[in-house]
Design a protein around this ligand. Structure first.
Ligand code: HEC
Length: 344
């Protein structure tokens, strides 16, 4: 039976074909959602048109990222020279169908989509990771400590092509950028980022393979229940936040229930990467007031938990007033007001 005939006669069957095509492994057909009609049509377009150049499993190739790239397939057709001819061969409806198919694939059970928010290294408390997929990239901020105990961070920004695939790139330690309260200055990129691989076993686990150590991060539950819970309706969105006129320093923010956990990552006065954290219950859906804490003496990037005690010290006040779940005004410790917004 051709896929075309299957699509018309038995929607359940086409899911099985689709899954075989994706080689997702043994996913019982009963657990799969029915393939929506647009996605079924899109699969046909994908097979007849896209597979001339792309792999049968879109998650192993660029198209898997289409579900997230701004503008999706339509943008790809506009910007990728070898795909331009498709604009004349496909109707807008067919392009929308392919997009529906790719969106469906990304959300299939078994295709773990890593969560946006905080992950912690359970074997070394004090080492944490913030993850977000946006703009076709997986961005990971890894918080750890330097050999002298100071809080430090590194960042991975890697092209994201599919939930199960994971990413490979350099874990970079830029220097010399803006401090939390200081005037803007450009950061110097890391001339030799550490080569790492990062895998997403499930939505709740991220592994980071360093040259000589493997780190495992699990989703952090801080909303007052044993498992991570979504933010209450109307509360701020999880993700990286920044002031777009002052790139380089930023804020990683997540709310679970009514509890906020925010980290400011920036550069110390001597140009080394540093970070502060603040957490607690929000006063309302649009306001948070608390204190920044500076953690010292925690685990280094690849090392185990330090023998000597880690400590936190107060680093000044923080106030956040949210105009929308994506925009806020941050009051810096010196009283200056900084407009911030979600990066993606
Ligand atoms: C003639 C060859 C060709 C065909 C046919 C083709 N593509 Fe592509 N596509 C490419 C190339 C080349 C790239 C760029 C690959 C890279 O960057 O490594 C690409 C990249 C993409 C990307 C990534 C865009 C990004 O921003 O990274 C998406 C999405 C995509 N293709 C979707 C599709 C879809 C959907 C179809 C079918 C409707 C299709 N392609 C058909 C050649 C093709």
């Amino acid at each position: 039976m051709t896929v075309h005939a299957a699509a018309r006669s038995r929607p359940g069957r086409i899911v099985a074909i689709a899954v075989g095509l994706l080689a997702l492994g043994p996913v019982p057909a009963a657990e799969l959602p029915e393939l929506p009609p647009a996605a079924a049509r899109g699969l046909e377009v994908y097979r007849s048109t896209c597979m001339r150049c792309h792999e049968s499993d879109p998650m192993r190739d660029r198209p898997g990222s289409a579900a997230r790239v701004d503008g999706g397939v339509l943008t790809a057709i506009e910007v990728i020279p070898s795909m331009r001819g498709l604009r004349d061969r496909l109707t807008l409806a067919q392009i929308a169908d392919v997009q529906a198919w790719l969106d469906f694939v990304v959300l299939l059970p078994g295709a773990a989509r890593p969560a946006t928010g905080w992950f912690v290294d359970e074997s070394a408390p004090g080492r944490a990771l913030f993850h977000e997929v946006g703009g076709g990239h997986s961005t990971q901020l890894v918080l750890h400590h330097a050999d002298d105990g100071r809080p430090e961070w590194r960042r991975l920004v890697a092209r994201y092509t599919g939930a199960r695939v994971g990413v490979k790139d350099g874990l970079a330690r830029p220097t010399g950028g803006q401090s939390l309260v200081g005037a803007w200055r450009p950061a110097t990129p890391d001339p030799a980022p550490m080569p790492v691989g990062s895998g997403f076993a499930t939505a709740d686990r991220i592994g980071v393979q360093l040259p000589r150590a493997a780190l495992g991060f699990a989703r952090h539950a801080f909303g007052g229940s044993g498992a991570p819970i979504p933010a209450n309706p109307g509360f701020p969105q999880a993700g990286f936040w920044w002031n777009r006129d002052e790139p380089g320093r930023g804020f990683a923010l997540e709310v679970q229930g009514d509890r906020l956990l925010i980290v400011a990552y920036f550069f110390d006065a001597d140009g080394r990467p540093g970070w502060l954290a603040s957490s607690g219950a929000m006063a309302s859906a649009t306001r948070y007031a608390g204190r920044w804490q500076r953690a010292t003496g925690g685990p280094t990037l690849g090392g185990s938990l330090r023998k000597f005690a880690s400590a936190t010290t107060d680093a000044g006040p923080i106030e956040l007033d949210f105009e929308t779940p994506r925009r806020a005004t941050l009051t810096l410790p010196d009283g200056r007001l900084l407009p911030i917004e979600r990066l993606h």
